[in-house]
Design a protein around this ligand. Structure first.
Ligand code: SAM
Length: 247
């Protein structure tokens, strides 16, 4: 998977991609991350990349010419990649969108700054606009890090075990069940006995119920679209009636 990040601040990416899983994915050649500094494509004397908005108002707008030169250069090298604009006004990022994006050949991600990009950049180049949540960041770089990280986890070979991504929250439409590791007791808090029982059927059942319970308590709207069995529905009814005390 090829990621091309179009940014005014390439230095912001040195930390996030030089550690842990993404670093290994790059080393293994599973993920290719290239940084493109928009300022390198500003050809006026002062290498200006922003200007005042027409019509007045606060803040600056990213100029169309340097972005055009930068995007045309990146697209020439990556004709199959989709161009993504990070913006709070975009399609909300979700696990299903992440899995869709992981099927692409590559993503060219535009990191906005100031009040955003000149609208004509959208019109000429952008295939998809993505928001990472209903809040406003100072720039698109953290959003690009989120995108690269979330999408990379779905590239075969990036995660150690292929099961880990499938068990995660949202993959089956529910939040994940609680996880424990040694010691079996810490400050009076014991690991649920079923997890120490070695009974895989019971463990699976317990995990499913805890997943349902957590989703019911924190994100109940997810239950409307999750794939639920009759047993799941019965358990949710019990939760709604105030039952379902933890084993
Ligand atoms: N004036 C813009 C608005 O109201 O929609 C906000 C601009 S914001 C200060 C600067 C840049 O940060 C945006 O162009 C975008 O690239 C990025 N950004 C901010 N919030 C974001 C979000 N929730 N998701 C994705 N990108 C975001």
């Amino acid at each position: 998977m090829k990621f091309d990040l179009v940014t005014l601040f390439p230095g912001m990416f040195s930390g996030p991609f030089s550690e842990s899983i993404i670093k290994k994915a790059v080393e293994k050649g599973l993920v290719d991350i290239a940084l493109h500094n928009i300022r390198d494509f500003a050809f006026d004397k002062h290498r200006v990349t922003d200007d005042y908005p027409y019509g007045g108002g606060a803040g600056m707008v990213m100029k169309v010419e340097p972005l055009t030169a930068c995007l045309e250069s990146v697209k020439a090298a990556r004709p199959l990649s989709k161009v993504v604009l990070t913006t709070p006004g975009g399609r909300p990022l979700s696990q299903s969108l992440v899995t869709e994006l992981a099927l692409e050949d590559g993503l060219i991600i535009i990191c906005g700054r100031y009040e955003g990009v000149d609208e004509r950049v959208r019109e000429i180049f952008v295939d998809m606009e993505i928001s990472i949540g209903d809040f406003v960041l100072t720039g698109g770089e953290p959003a690009a890090v989120v995108l690269v990280d979330a999408v990379s986890r779905h590239i075969p070979g990036v995660l150690g075990s292929c099961e880990s991504a499938l068990d995660d929250s949202f993959c089956n439409g529910l939040l994940e069940y609680p996880q424990y590791t040694r010691p079996p007791e810490f400050r009076g808090l014991a690991v649920p006995s079923v997890l120490l029982s070695g009974n895989h059927l019971e463990i699976k059942r317990w995990r499913r119920r805890e997943s349902l319970r957590r989703t019911f308590l924190v994100r109940p709207e997810l239950l409307d679209t999750a794939d639920l069995t009759e047993e799941d529905k019965q358990f949710i009814r019990t939760l709604r009636n105030g039952g379902g005390i933890q084993d």
